[in-house]
Design a protein around this ligand. Structure first.
Ligand code: XMP
Length: 214
């Protein structure tokens, strides 16, 4: 994924028509549309190729299983047309490698979750964030997910992650700021509610891109 707008929308709506309408409107503005369980459980994986008509699709499935199951999940996801998948690193090197191996077969990308953006990330996962960055590097992932809600942690993670791409959720509804997140080291910001709940999602996306370009 090559940065342009540097904005990725998290399309966590559950209504098919709303999802496609938003994709149609803002697909040309954003670098990717991220889908997650709310949309896929409601509409099925078949919505991926429909959304792909408008933008690259990232499947945020936070894959976290044994290597064989990870492999099967990634195969189905890439067969459906997703351009990238997000997996958890805490399950270990072999499980992440299984995702990366499948992605390589399809010419697609894997992003590994490090420290998450929500307050509960401090309970367990934060202590291992740097180890998770190392897991991503060691297994040839394209990038990592790191929090916009803690810019100082994002900068530390950036220093550790060398040239891995960083996708950063937590801007807007979770309190993170778009420009600060890029300045802290993110390559892309991921924004959900602040766009899809806005009265005018197109304008909300334009406003965010304006902040990113300042
Ligand atoms: P909002 O509405 O908060 O949506 O802008 C954020 C989107 O990103 C997902 N999310 C994360 N995904 N690691 C991830 O892999 C994280 O730390 C993280 N934090 C939020 C969230 O599920 C939603 O789709």
């Amino acid at each position: 994924m090559v940065p342009d707008s540097r904005l990725i929308i998290a399309l966590d709506v559950t209504d098919r028509e709303e999802a496609l309408q938003i994709s149609r409107k803002i697909g040309g503005l954003v670098d990717a549309i991220k889908v997650n369980y709310p949309l896929i459980l409601s509409c099925g994986l078949g919505i991926v190729p429909e959304i792909k008509k408008y933008a690259n699709v990232i499947a945020d499935f936070k894959v976290a299983d044994i290597p064989n199951t990870n492999r099967l999940i990634c195969e189905e996801t890439f067969k459906a047309g997703a351009d990238a998948i997000i997996c958890q690193g805490f399950v270990g090197n072999d499980s992440v490698k299984a995702c990366v191996d499948v992605a390589a077969q399809f010419g697609k990308e894997v992003y590994v979750v490090t420290e998450m953006s929500h307050p509960g990330a401090i309970d367990f996962i934060q202590k291992h964030a740097m180890d998770l960055v190392d897991v991503a590097i060691k297994n040839g992932a394209s990038g990592i997910i790191a929090p916009a809600t803690r810019p100082e942690r994002l900068s530390e993670i950036k220093r550790r992650s060398k040239d891995l791409k960083i996708l950063s959720p937590g801007v807007g509804a979770q309190g993170g700021d778009a420009r600060t997140t890029l300045d802290a080291g993110a390559d892309f910001i991921i924004v959900g509610r602040s766009i899809y709940n806005a009265k005018d999602p197109y304008q909300a996306a334009i406003d965010l891109i304006g902040q990113l370009r300042r």
